[in-house]
Design a protein around this ligand. Structure first.
Ligand code: NDP
Length: 395
């Protein structure tokens, strides 16, 4: 019974559009807006062909609050889903505040000029959203997103107190290219090449990129080298999971990926500052993105599975216990369903479910919130129904 405006027609945007169309009893009117109208047109046609649903499309500059406000006033959505880039979080949040519309995103704000992300500027909107009577749901992808909900679910059903959490993200898929990223290359490479960080006994501990490695045996994939990275959901989880003593995030990378990335970094191709080239100003990492495969085109050629989950340790009724909650997703299956690889799928499905929680009033609050602050049960139930079933194992 709602009207949804999706901003961003990239790899993840495609999945969000397909999943909203599959849930047309919840999302009766769908509008997709992005910088490049031809991508919106492509997804509009896919949705017409697959589900016989008409969606509206618009061109928008999501860096411009006035442009966003006029689009929102024209579309009159109940909720805006920010599926563009983290650079646009604050302008879209501002436009939602001005127009009194709920907001959701999948990645926290990052300034283009510094490869650092934190929730501070988005959390600063809390009182203004509360006074306006609207909600912002931050980080409704897989990680952040489902991993936060897994933690809340573990806390609610398995523990009196959680002491440690390891978030474990494995992409066991292969797209056949020597080097490509599974989501926006610029955002991905900024994240992966940065220093690592984890939280222990109330303090953040910084590590060099890829300094800490462990091998984890991922169900249905097998043992994989997993490297410690900083990841944004840790910032909110340390606030909201009471009694936590340590939280870390690990992601798998192949040796080939790491060698390519190191080489590109060594020659300056990951630079985020403008340089002069033949009389033109370019930003090296953006030029590299132009050369790399567009993640939204990887779907057809990617084979294998992803496995993302959390391992939590703690106590229940005085006993120590360890719980592993995870999802396995198959690249070829997600391609069949939404013409997208599993990294876009595992991000886009939770974005749609987060929106569903808000418009169906299963998650209701005014202000700015992270995923673990709500009852995990309806979200976990929706994951099972919407293509991301999960498993719980006691280790
Ligand atoms: P893409 O680069 O494929 O898509 C981004 C889209 O946003 C593109 O269509 C782009 O337009 C559009 N866009 C960019 N800037 C603007 C602007 N100023 N105005 C309007 N539209 C704009 O990225 P992905 O789909 O791979 O990723 C989308 C988001 O999902 C990112 O924020 C990423 O960090 C997040 N993500 C979250 C994950 C999670 O688990 N939480 C995991 C993976 C990704 P154009 O087509 O013109 O380039």
């Amino acid at each position: 019974m709602s009207n949804v405006l999706i901003i961003g027609a990239g790899g993840v945007g495609r999945v969000v559009v397909h999943k909203c169309a599959q849930n047309s009893s919840t999302f009766q009117k769908i509008t997709l807006a992005s910088r490049t109208l031809s991508k919106c047109k492509l997804y509009q046609q896919e949705v017409k062909n697959r589900y016989n649903i008409d969606i509206d499309i618009h061109k928008v500059n999501a860096d411009d609050v006035d442009d966003l406000v006029s689009l929102i006033n024209e579309v009159k959505p109940d909720i805006v889903l920010n599926i563009a880039l983290p650079y646009q979080d604050l302008t879209i949040m501002e436009a939602c505040l001005k127009t009194g519309v709920h907001y959701l995103d999948t990645a926290n704000y990052e300034h283009p000029d510094s490869a650092k992300f934190e929730y501070k500027e988005q959390w600063a909107y809390h009182n203004r959203y509360k006074e306006k009577g609207i909600m912002a749901l931050l980080g409704s992808g897989f990680d952040p997103g489902v991993t936060n909900v897994f933690c809340a679910y573990a806390q609610k059903h398995y523990f009196d107190e959680i002491h440690t959490i390891d978030i474990l993200d494995c992409n066991g898929g292969d797209h056949g290219y020597p080097f490509a990223t599974n989501f926006n290359p610029e955002i991905n490479l900024r994240e992966v090449s940065a220093n690592g960080r984890y939280w222990e006994n109330g303090k953040w501990i910084e590590t060099k990129p890829m300094e800490i490695k462990m091998v984890w045996d991922y169900p249905q994939i097998g043992p994989k080298d997993s490297y410690l990275l900083y990841h944004e959901e840790m910032e909110s989880l340390v606030k909201h999971i009471k009694g936590l003593k340590r939280i870390r995030f690990f992601m798998t990378f192949s040796q080939s990926y790491l060698t390519h990335m190191k080489c590109l970094e060594n020659v300056g191709m990951l630079g985020i500052k403008e340089i002069e080239h033949n009389g033109c100003k370019i930003i090296p990492i953006q030029f590299l993105q132009t050369l790399l495969p567009d993640p939204s085109t990887l779907g057809e050629r990617t084979k294998g599975k992803t496995n993302i989950g959390i391992v939590a340790t703690g106590t229940k009724d005085g006993e120590e216990k360890t719980i592993y909650i995870y999802n396995i997703c198959d690249h070829q299956e997600t391609y069949k369903e939404t013409l997208s690889q599993a990294v876009s799928y595992t991000t886009g499905v939770p974005a749609m479910i987060g929106a569903k929680m808000i418009v169906e009033k299963k998650w209701q609050a005014c202000g700015v919130y992270n995923m673990e602050q709500f009852d995990p049960d309806p979200f976990m139930e929706a994951l099972n129904k919407q293509g991301l079933p999960w498993f719980v194992e006691q280790l």
